[in-house]
Design a protein around this ligand. Structure first.
Ligand code: HEC
Length: 176
């Protein structure tokens, strides 16, 4: 095979591989909603995921995640999960890391090994404003990472369900 032909084959193979991965999965697998529990969606592996209706209405958790992201993460990770000079773009991170990895980093924090960089991801394990909304933030970022949700505040969202209300009250306390 001529060198140029070889390069072309490699390029074609790489494009195909990327195309296939992109169509099927992010770091947590196929994000397609397979189950709906009172407005909370799960993919076929049972991992929380987003649901966006044909008219653009996002599920409650994705909308809530947008708000919680903007309250607790945007300062370092930038608008819309797009990253900053200080912290990585989470819309890229979620293409590689799983739901469990995501949870671990947010609960326990992470510090770059290269001390010269001196960048720290704080541990949020004791912060109820983050812990009570971890799935919300995850599904919001998953939707952004997957390209299903554009930048900015989602225009239309589903109402908050009774289950969401109850889960929030038991996590945050009724007086939050
Ligand atoms: C004070 C700044 C800061 C805040 C606030 C912050 N992060 Fe981070 N985060 C970082 C830095 C810096 C890193 C990279 C750390 C490293 O690689 O060692 C990081 C890394 C991460 C990673 C791992 C990314 C990867 O590719 O491995 C995840 C996931 C993450 N942050 C999620 C969040 C979420 C969710 C929030 C909001 C609840 C948040 N972060 C708030 C600074 C921050």
């Amino acid at each position: 095979m001529k060198r140029r032909d070889l390069m072309t084959s490699i390029l074609v193979a790489a494009t195909l591989a990327f195309g296939i991965c992109h169509a099927l999965a992010d770091g947590s697998g196929d994000p397609t909603a397979a189950k709906d529990e009172d407005g909370k969606y799960y993919d076929k592996s049972g991992t929380p995921t987003f649901h966006i209706a044909k008219d653009g209405t996002v599920d409650w958790y994705t909308f809530s995640g947008f708000r919680r992201y903007n309250a607790s993460c945007i300062v370092c990770h930038g608008p819309d999960g797009g990253g900053s000079t200080y912290a990585p773009a989470l819309i890229d991170s979620l293409k590689a890391i799983s739901y469990t990895d995501f949870m671990n980093v947010v609960v326990n924090g992470k510090q770059e090994v290269n001390t010269a960089a001196d960048k720290v991801m704080p541990a949020f394990g004791t912060n109820p404003n983050v812990m009570c909304y971890l799935d919300d933030i995850f599904v919001y970022l998953r939707a952004r990472s997957d390209g299903a949700l554009g930048r900015g505040r989602p225009q239309k969202h589903a109402d908050k369900s009774k289950s969401a209300e109850e889960a929030e009250n038991s996590c945050m306390g009724p007086e939050h």
